[in-house]
Design a protein around this ligand. Structure first.
Ligand code: SF4
Ligand code: SF4
Length: 455
């Protein structure tokens, strides 16, 4: 390494941690490390340590905490982002139906959705499997994930069986993982046994409060409460699935009941379940069909930024083993919508790159399972998505937490700013120091800290 030719990267973000230590985040590479004042000094004055500590200097350089004097960081970051588009796993999200046996108060696929009753046609399973197989064969990936969602996907369980069985026989048993996103009410043992045979890695079930709150927010279509059936489904999933995410949506109607829900879950032994992960989520108002209905009831990213940390702390305080962090781990790409490695297949046969489409966001549609070649409008969307890079905006180029946000959600930008390339900052931006230290604490707690620690 040449002498006197190094400096701290402008994109390295340093925040104080515990016991006089610091957390270092390289936004150039998404690497995180912990170190003391001696390490901080090396990061800030690398040239002075070239002789006395060359290995540490080399590590810092290779992981983007320091760069050469002449390095243009915005260009490195831009290139790393482009490379990352191909680094995510090949995923297919299959919307079995937009129909549902629930009528949740905030649902964008609810009664108002004119597409609710559109279903796949008789021979579509063949076309779906062919589409997935072709994409898989054309990629370098050795495995693929099929996420089954809706509406309520289990309303179409025979179609799920047909597609999963066909697909697995074509791509090979160990190459397919299945994930399920369901309201949980129809998840009986027979269905669980089917999924278990097909590498069921994860399922997500939603519960928005204790029986009173949940039944108010997530009733059946006939108005009856669904809570008891969801609990049965949750128990079945916990028995058969490797990882069960219990999603709790937060908004004014249930906010005061979340504490009670956590107490209920704890009293009934769920805090100890090693395969249960709690996750708190804000309700988003992306879709035209429900925009007026939700007006004033959803919170902004900045409000959610503070609230999500509080719910995380509350669940931890009550002793839940696994609580999802209100942020993703540091990485270049946070959204699959422009990677062209995540494909959402809708019941009308359209293929999109983001779930926002089921709420009528046409900008993410890139084709259909019926046509080999996309039409002009889809080609235009494809080009726009391919070309998207948040680092075209000055605010993201200079952002101290780019690795924790990646430019945010394109659907949110489209909905709020009418343009997917005008990013809306994620909640992380509103208290980056707290988010970053929380991330490190959680990683250390789970011994999942794979990056080097200079302790
Ligand atoms: S655009 Fe937003 S909603 Fe769509 S895939 Fe990306 S992060 Fe998710
Ligand atoms: S959208 Fe905001 S928080 Fe996200 S990377 Fe850009 S500037 Fe940072």
């Amino acid at each position: 390494m040449e002498k006197q030719n190094l400096r701290k990267a402008k994109t390295t973000y340093i925040v104080p941690y515990e016991n006089g230590k610091f957390v270092f985040l390289s936004n150039l590479t998404s690497k995180v490390m912990i170190g003391d004042t001696a390490v901080k000094d090396i990061v800030e004055n690398p040239n002075s340590y070239l002789d006395s500590n060359p290995n540490v200097v080399k590590y810092l350089y290779e992981n983007g905490f320091i760069v050469k004097n002449e390095a243009i960081e915005s260009e490195i970051l831009y290139t790393n982002f482009e490379k990352a588009k191909n680094d995510i796993s090949l995923t297919f999200v299959l919307y079995l139906t937009l129909n549902c046996n629930f009528n949740c108060v905030y649902c964008f696929q609810g009664e108002e959705n004119k597409n609710r009753n559109i279903t796949f046609k008789k021979n579509d399973s063949e076309l779906i499997v062919n589409f997935i197989k072709k994409k898989f064969d054309a990629s370098d990936d050795e495995k693929l994930t099929l996420t089954l969602t809706g509406g309520e996907p289990l309303l179409k369980f025979p179609l799920i069986q047909e597609i999963v069985t066909k697909l697995e026989s074509q791509v090979g048993k160990n190459r397919l993982s299945t994930r399920l996103i369901s309201n949980g009410s129809l998840l009986d043992e027979e269905k669980c046994r089917f999924f278990e045979k097909h590498n069921w890695v994860s399922t997500q079930i939603t519960m928005d409060g204790t029986e009173y709150y949940h039944n108010k927010m997530r009733p059946y279509r006939n108005g009856e409460g669904s809570f008891q059936d969801v609990i049965k489904g949750l128990d079945n999933a916990l028995k058969y699935c490797k990882e069960v995410i219990l999603r709790i949506n937060v908004w004014p109607q249930n906010i005061s009941g979340i504490n009670d829900l956590l107490d209920y879950l704890k009293k009934n032994g769920y805090a100890e379940k090693s395969n249960l992960i709690l996750g708190f989520h804000q309700i988003q108002n992306f879709c035209e069909t429900i925009r007026d209905k939700l007006e004033g009831l959803t919170c902004s990213s900045s409000q959610w930024g503070l609230m999500s940390l509080k719910f995380h702390e509350l669940a931890r305080f009550k002793g839940f083993k696994n609580v999802d962090l209100p942020l993703s781990f540091p990485r270049m790409l946070h959204c699959g919508a422009n990677s062209l490695k995540v494909f959402h297949i809708l019941p009308d046969g359209r293929i999109a790159t983001c779930w926002g489409t089921s709420g009528e966001m046409d900008d993410f549609v890139i084709g259909t399972i019926y046509d080999e070649k996309p039409n002009k409008a889809y080609l235009k969307n494809l080009e726009t998505l391919k070309g998207y890079n948040p680092l075209n905006q000055d605010k993201c180029k200079k952002c101290e937490v780019f690795a924790l946000c990646g430019g945010g959600c394109l659907a949110e930008a489209l909905s709020e700013n009418g343009d997917m390339s005008k990013s809306v900052c994620s909640n992380v931006k509103y208290d980056p120091e707290k988010y970053l230290t929380l991330f490190v604490k959680e990683r250390l707690r789970k011994s999942k800290f794979s990056t080097r620690q200079f302790t």
